[in-house]
Design a protein around this ligand. Sequence first.
Ligand code: GLY
Length: 371
Amino acid sequence: MQRSSDVLVIGAGVIGCAIAYELGRRGVSVVVIDDRKPGAGATQASAGMLAPYNEVEAEGPHLELTVRALDRFDRFVARVVEDSGVAVRYCRTGTLTLAFTGESQMHLERVGALARARGVQAELLEAADVAREEPAAASTARAGLVIPAHGYVAAHQLIEALVAAASRHGVSFVTGVRVQAIRQRGEIVTASAGTEILTAAHAIHAAGSWTGQLVVDGAVPAPVHPVRGQLLHLKAVGPNVRRVTWGDRCYLVPWDDGSLLVGATVEHAGFDEATTVGGMSDLLGGVASTLRSDWRATLVGARAGLRPGTPDDLPIIGPSAVAPRVWYATGHYRNGVLLAPITASFLADAMLGQRVDPLLESMRPGRFGRL
Ligand code: GLY
């Protein structure tokens, strides 16, 4: 079958879906293609944390990008909910980061100073205040840091809403087929996927960990590697923890229905998306050292996803050097959900010739050669 559109988006993770939605609402005709259903890759294993100061711990373009990404999240979620009619659990509960060693206490102090230097509230707590702030915290915590601006979004609901909102703006989704080849000839981009031939004026390569396996004709493979993250889903029996809470060995994301997501392992296991007894055991051990050992919960399940890592931990966003109508939007590593809205709007602005944000310079594909 032959299909054509203004833009072809390869990859229906949170990045691909956010881009498709953004372009669709600007009147662009878009086809999204993926071999799985939307959000079935890294996104389904994401705890949806929105915590730039915990994720990026030094000044630079990465922190700037994540901070600006968080700033636009309220508006983004409100618009997607309105456009889709799908409810999305989204809370700015703040984060509580706990320190259990002198070294992690010094680290907290550095993170607090980094946030305050940007005018963001960040309150250091002594051990006695930690217990007041979070009664479930282990009594061995010697200090804490609260950053009230942080939060989380339920990634599976965000995907559902993005797909519904994009569809309302005319975006088509083709699933169950994998793109095997992509090339630009003149002003046309062509992708082949099984019996499908898709042509477009532009394509977006948003295949996450699999980006390097789909090499743009004439380019070198994108240096994106899979970094497995396993996640546990617990259910509190009694009061849940109050905020997103980070310990030395795991982070905890509490939902208002009593769910507690516990993440995440960081493993180099190739393309293996399985959960393992070792990974689950590490995470459970992490909860037991972060919270009081008599904190009551049951185990709901576990899942794993592959974060798309890059050599410098920064995403790859921008046009291919060899096929400038193919744009990369990949390599978001630990922050795909947080960075989805800003990636979508930067990319739509640049592709539609409206504005190239100066931050994109640090993310340009060409930093890795003839991509
Ligand atoms: N952003 C959290 C993680 O990747 O585990």
